[in-house]
Design a protein around this ligand. Structure first.
Ligand SMILES: [Mg+2]
Length: 373
């Protein structure tokens, strides 16, 4: 089998609201075509225009190349070889950030192709699943008033979620009011729901320490990204004194970046995103580094059903798989990109069992939101 084309499709909502934290207002879909007619699908999740340029770029020299010219004509089933080639031939301008994010999208599409070529779901190719479903936590942008926030929390609980994450919107401006609002949600929902708080944008170190202390009174499951992703020394100090577990990693890439988060940053929960960190291939290496340190991996997953499927296949094979993040916003790129969108059942999401990712894209949605720079 040979790769005959790597198609990059930018999907974009007609009027993105750039001031809010919804990072599913545009996305890059990747389709890898082959001479045998099989097509693998993937997505990479950051600025799609930048990713497209990284994929399509012509060769500059040995260690500065675009990904597509590197892969054309190659056997897509040799995923390890292709992953190493993408890493090695971008090493002058890559290694982290956007290049690893682009590699992630291609890696997902290669695993989908391997599954379609062998008739096996990805979890089977990874050695077999340990479970049929994973508990999902509701992930949403928080409304601007406490009343609306409690209403939102209640509707997640009514839908069957046993965990939910709040952040952005009305939260994140002031740690005192953040702590108060979280207390109100806890009072409304009772003790059994897992509550997470996502700061999204960093706060001063002393405020993070104060907030982490206050949130422990509400038994908060984790406090996400209270500090800058580059402030590893700050994370180490915070983790050492915080009674609330601290989580971060959605902006990090590669096993080297995650090793630093765990070693220097002292993180006990990391949140790699398969559409950014280096794909399914790389998250398994990250998870191995985490497992030997007793660090928990709770992947970041705020994108289309392609990423939801990839994350579920990965979690299906992990000894520790506490949560699947599930974006519950009303967004057509989330709710109508696949023909059978993922739905919660008894608070869980089922692991797909079809070949590859086990999902099929809705061509009407692709045509409707396709965007050309
Ligand atoms: Mg986050």
């Amino acid at each position: 089998m040979k790769i005959t084309d790597i198609e990059t499709i930018i999907l974009r909502l007609p009027e993105p609201v750039l001031a809010n934290g919804d990072n599913l207002q545009d996305v890059l879909i990747i389709r890898i075509h082959t001479d045998e007619g099989l097509v693998g699908i993937g997505e990479a999740h950051t600025s799609p225009t930048v990713l497209k340029a990284i994929i399509d770029a012509p060769i500059s020299h040995l260690t500065t190349q675009g990904l597509k010219p590197l892969l054309m004509g190659k056997n897509p089933l040799r995923i390890n070889e292709l992953w190493n080639a993408m890493y090695d031939h971008t090493v002058s301008y890559g290694r982290r950030g956007a290049v690893m994010q682009a590699i992630s999208g291609i890696d997902i599409a290669l695993w989908d192709l391997l599954g379609k070529a062998t008739g096996q779901p990805i979890h089977q190719l990874l050695g077999g699943k340990l479970r049929d479903a994973v508990p999902a936590y509701a992930s949403d942008l928080t409304p601007a008033s406490p009343e609306a926030m409690i209403e939102q929390a209640q509707s997640h609980a009514d839908a069957g979620f046993t965990g939910m994450k709040f952040g952005w919107g009305g939260l994140g401006g002031n740690v005192k009011s953040d702590a108060k609002w979280v207390g109100e949600i806890r009072a409304a929902l009772g003790p059994d729901i897992a509550l997470m708080l996502d700061m999204g944008t960093p706060v001063p170190f002393e405020q993070a320490v104060w907030l982490a202390g206050a949130l422990a009174e509400q038994d908060v499951y984790f406090l996400e990204e209270p500090l800058s992703p580059d402030d590893l020394d700050g994370f180490a100090k915070l983790v050492a004194v915080s009674p609330t577990p601290i989580a971060t990693g959605e902006k990090e890439t590669s096993r080297f970046g995650f090793r630093d988060l765990m070693e220097r940053g002292g993180l006990r929960i990391v949140q790699p995103d398969i559409a950014r960190c280096g794909g399914i291939t790389e998250i398994r290496r990250i998870a191995a580094l985490a497992e030997v340190r007793n660090v928990r991996v709770i992947p970041h997953c705020w994108s289309t059903d392609i990423l939801v499927a990839a994350t579920l296949h990965f979690l299906a094979t992990q000894r520790d798989a506490p949560w699947q993040e599930f974006n519950v916003m009303n967004n057509p790129l989330k709710s109508s990109l696949s023909r059978k969108p993922f739905k919660l059942a008894d608070g869980m999401l089922r692991i797909p069992d079809g070949p590859g990712l086990g999902i099929e894209l809705n061509e009407e949605t692709i045509e409707r939101y396709r965007w050309t720079p």
